[in-house]
Design a protein around this ligand. Structure first.
Ligand SMILES: Cc1cc2nc3c(=O)[nH]c(=O)nc-3n(C[C@H](O)[C@H](O)[C@H](O)COP(=O)(O)O)c2cc1C
Length: 162
């Protein structure tokens, strides 16, 4: 079997453009969250989505223990928020406007869509875990400004806009 180099894999797969999400959960110790661009929809009936959590993530076990999460789809003005929620050892919520939903999940103000889920399956996949969530509730930003509806993009290792 040909060995696939990690850097080459990052480089080639980076040509697949994605949106950017922050996966949040409300723990007893307070809100947690992590950036994920591995999010995708899976099934309409039942309504399922997934994201992949790194086995090395320190935030994932906290979300896992809660059993629920909110997928906050970031808009094109939220690059700083994305950087903050990908940084280790910082207070990710400092100064970040958020509301706690009826399901107990933090909803980040300004996200263009929010999808609240219950964890229904976890499938190990190499150095990641495929996390499947059943959608409980969804919302999109209905504000007038079309610009706010434009997503933040991740492409070739960097943030971009449409
Ligand atoms: C654009 C972008 C996308 C990311 N996507 C994922 C992802 O899909 N899954 C993941 O586990 N980490 C992803 N990360 C990394 C995590 O956000 C971050 O490194 C991680 O949460 C580190 O903190 P933690 O140990 O508290 O989880 C991504 C980072 C960036 C900047």
């Amino acid at each position: 079997m040909t060995e696939i180099d990690e850097a080459a894999m990052r480089h080639v797969l980076g040509h697949f453009a994605t949106g950017v999400t922050v996966i949040t959960a409300g723990t007893e110790a307070g809100p947690v969250g992590m950036v994920a661009n591995s999010f995708t929809s899976v099934s309409l009936d039942p309504p399922l989505v997934l994201f992949c959590a790194a086995q090395s993530s320190e935030t994932w076990p906290e979300i896992q223990a809660v059993g629920r999460f909110c997928v906050n789809v970031l808009g094109n003005r939220q690059e700083l928020l994305a950087s903050r929620f990908a940084q280790k050892g910082s207070d990710r919520y400092a100064g970040v406007d958020h509301l706690i939903s009826g399901h107990g999940n933090p909803r980040l103000v300004g996200a263009i869509a929010q999808i609240e889920c219950r964890i229904v399956a976890e499938h190990p996949a190499g150095d990641h875990l495929i996390v499947v969530g059943r959608v409980l509730e969804m919302e999109i930003d209905e504000s007038e400004s079309a610009d706010l509806h434009s997503p933040l993009i991740f492409y070739r290792g960097d943030f971009a806009r449409l």
